[in-house]
Design a protein around this ligand. Structure first.
Ligand SMILES: Cc1cc2nc3c(=O)[nH]c(=O)nc-3n(C[C@H](O)[C@H](O)[C@H](O)COP(=O)(O)O)c2cc1C
Length: 194
């Protein structure tokens, strides 16, 4: 790269401070992951849209691509909910659905799309994909919201607070899991020799 990538990364850091739990269902199998890519993608208040960016390495990516549905959950920062929030984050962000069912470890109900709604989340929007953009290592999905609910009032969990409260051994495992994901992304972006 011929520019200052550190400056770019500092400029871009922290733009999306809320970790969200994404769930979906495809062919009868429910799954999900954590994401820091969530955003609103709407201008029309009566027709809300949401956007997420998923890495192709992750099983949830292929499932959303095939099923065309996702649920985006905000997590709660309130004292009586934060343990549940961290449990969701560690369950969905700590391993892959390729290695086994994660969703049955969490309290859920079924949404209008058939995808699981996490009952211990702060709130959610449920969406049907209306467009997607393939960007080599990831796909950016935009969905029309078809369901929404506030499940617990109060503040939403920010990623800084989450990292400060997550157990050190979980963070170390997450960092180790991140390496093959990063290698896969680099291979897709620059070619398999890099
Ligand atoms: C805080 C946090 C943010 C993450 N952000 C993203 C993201 O934006 N996109 C993504 O594809 N994965 C993201 N991940 C990684 C996935 O959650 C993780 O790789 C997960 O185990 C994938 O599960 P799956 O293979 O069942 O889909 C994030 C993980 C954490 C803990």
């Amino acid at each position: 790269m011929t520019f200052d990538t550190d400056a770019a990364n500092r400029a871009l850091a922290g733009l999306r401070p809320f970790p969200v739990a994404i769930t979906t269902v495809n062919g009868g199998f429910a799954n999900g992951l954590m994401s820091l890519s969530a955003g609103s993608a709407s201008i029309i208040p009566e027709a809300p849209r949401a956007t997420i960016s998923l890495t192709k390495y992750n099983k949830t990516h292929d499932m959303v691509l095939e099923s065309g549905i996702f649920v985006m959950h905000m997590l709660s920062a309130e004292d009586d909910q934060i343990e549940k929030s961290l449990e969701i984050l560690m369950t969905l962000g700590g391993s892959s659905g390729r290695d086994g069912d994660k969703i049955s470890k969490l309290r859920t109900k079924t949404g209008v799309t058939g995808a699981p709604i996490l009952l211990d989340a702060h709130s959610y929007v449920e969406a049907r994909v209306t467009g997607s953009l393939d960007v080599q290592e990831s796909t950016i999905f935009v969905g029309d919201v078809v369901g929404a609910e506030i499940l617990h009032d109060g503040g939403r969990l920010r990623i800084g607070e989450a990292w400060s409260k997550l157990p050190q051994d979980w963070i170390e495992q997450y960092d180790a899991n991140h390496e093959p994901q990063l290698a896969n992304a680099r291979a897709r972006r620059f070619g398999s020799t890099v």
